[in-house]
Design a protein around this ligand. Structure first.
Ligand code: ISE
Length: 334
C-alpha cells in the first residue's frame, strides 16, 4: 500500500521533505499540498504528478485521497492543523516545535488522548541520527556508568534576519532539550540561562547562550547555542558518566592531511549535517503509517520540550532557575 500524503506548508523544509518523499524514500506519494501562499502551493503541486493544491490546510486534511498529513507550516499554525488531523483520524507528522505555547500542546494532547491512540509524530530528527543513536546505545549499554553531565553544543554558522532573541531557546536549543530527555531517559526539573559576553557578529541577539537543565534524576545538561559562529554548522555532544565518557565524533567522514595540517569538512547547515537523519526519520514514519502504527517522538515529547523552552524564556529574564512542571503523563504515551 502506498501512503498518500498531504503536505501543509511548502516553504524550505516542506519542499525538502517533498523531494525526500518523492525521490529518496519508498512507499509514499505526495497527493496534496496547501500553503498560505496559494501561488507557491500551485507551483509545487504543478511539479508533482497528480497532486492537488488546496486553499486551506483543513481542506487538505479532509480530502478523501489524503491518508496522512505532514505539517511544515510555521509554528503558531501547528496546533490548528495537528488537532484537525487528529479529529479526522489521520496520521500526522508535525515539524518541530509541536506548538509554540504550552496550552496549544495541551490541546493537542487532549485531542489525541480523546482519540484513544497515538496519531502524531514530532520532527525531532536528531533521534534518528546514526551518531546520536550510537551515543545513546553506549549510555544504555552501561559503557560509561550512570550519566552525570551532558555537554551539548549547538553552533550555527549564521541565522536568517527573521531570527529573534527567543529563538535561541525555542527554535535552536529545543533540539538539545529533546535530545537530553531522550539520551538521559529523564524529564527536566528546572532550567537556568547564562549569558556570556556577546559576539559582535550577533547584532542585537544575545549570542552565545548557555542553557543549563537540571534533570529530575540530578544529571545536569549544559547547552551552548552559538548561532553566528561563522565557521560552519557544528553539533557537539559529550556525556560524562561515572566510569567514562562518550561523545559524538567529528561529522566529517574523511580527514585530509597535507602540508603539516589535518583538515576535515564542517557541514554548512543543518540540512547537510542531518540529511541522513531526516531520511531515516521520514521513512520510519511512512513505514509506520503503512503498518497502521505510530512511533518516534510523540506529542508528549513535543509538549515536554515546549514546557522547558517556556521555562527557559522565564529563566533568561529572571536570571534564576525556573521550574518545568509537566502534567501527568497519559497512558497512550507509555
Ligand atoms: C532551525 O530551525 C533548526 O531546526 C536547526 O536544526 C537549528 O540548528 C537552527 O538553529 C534552527 O534555527
Amino acid at each position: 500500500m502506498t501512503v498518500r500524503i498531504g503536505v501543509i506548508g511548502v516553504g524550505m523544509i516542506g519542499q525538502d521533505h517533498i523531494r525526500r518523499l518523492t525521490q529518496v524514500l519508498a512507499g509514499s506519494a505526495v497527493v496534496a499540498v496547501a500553503d498560505t501562499d496559494a501561488a507557491r502551493a500551485r507551483d509545487v503541486a504543478g511539479g508533482l504528478m497528480g497532486a492537488t493544491a488546496y486553499a486551506t490546510g483543513e481542506e487538505l486534511i479532509d480530502a478523501p485521497e489524503v491518508d496522512a498529513v505532514l505539517v511544515c507550516s510555521w509554528g503558531p499554525s501547528h496546533e490548528q492543523y495537528v488537532t484537525a488531523a487528529i479529529r479526522a483520524g489521520k496520521w500526522v507528522f508535525c515539524e518541530k516545535p509541536l506548538a509554540t505555547t504550552e496550552q496549544a500542546c495541551l490541546n493537542i494532547l487532549d485531542a489525541e488522548v480523546a482519540h484513544g491512540k497515538r496519531l502524531v509524530q514530532v520532527g525531532f530528527m536528531r533521534r534518528y541520527d546514526p551518531a546520536y543513536r550510537a551515543l545513546k546505545a553506549s549510555i544504555d549499554g552501561g559503557e560509561i556508568g550512570a550519566p552525570l553531565i551532558f555537554h551539548s553544543g549547538h553552533r550555527n554558522a549564521s541565522v536568517p534576519s527573521h531570527y529573534t532573541a527567543d529563538m535561541a531557546i525555542v527554535d535552536t536549543a529545543v533540539h538539545d532539550i529533546d535530545v537530553a530527555r531522550w539520551l538521559l531517559d529523564d524529564e527536566v526539573a528546572e532550567t537556568m540561562v547564562v549569558a556570556p559576553r556577546k559576539s559582535a557578529r550577533g547584532g542585537p541577539l544575545q549570542d552565545p547562550l548557555l542553557i543549563m537543565l537540571r534533570m529530575r534524576g540530578g544529571a545536569v545538561v549544559n547547552i551552548e547555542t552559538s548561532v553566528n559562529i561563522a565557521y560552519g554548522y557544528d553539533i557537539r555532544g559529550e556525556v560524562v558518566g561515572e566510569t567514562g565518557t562518550v561523545e559524538l565524533a567529528e561529522s566529517a567522514t574523511v580527514l585530509v592531511k597535507r602540508q603539516g595540517m589535518v583538515n576535515a569538512r564542517v557541514p554548512e547547515d543543518w540540512r547537510e549535517r542531518f540529511i541522513r537523519a531526516y531520511d531515516i526519520e521520514l521513512q520510519d514514519w511512512v513505514d509506520n503509517c503503512r503498518l497502521g502504527t505510530c512511533g518516534g517522538p510523540s506529542s508528549w515529547d513535543g509538549y515536554a520540550a515546549t514546557v522547558v523552552t517556556d521555562a527557559g524564556l522565564l529563566a533568561s529574564k529572571s536570571g534564576g532557575w525556573a521550574t518545568a512542571t509537566l502534567r501527568d503523563k497519559p497512558a497512550i504515551y507509555g
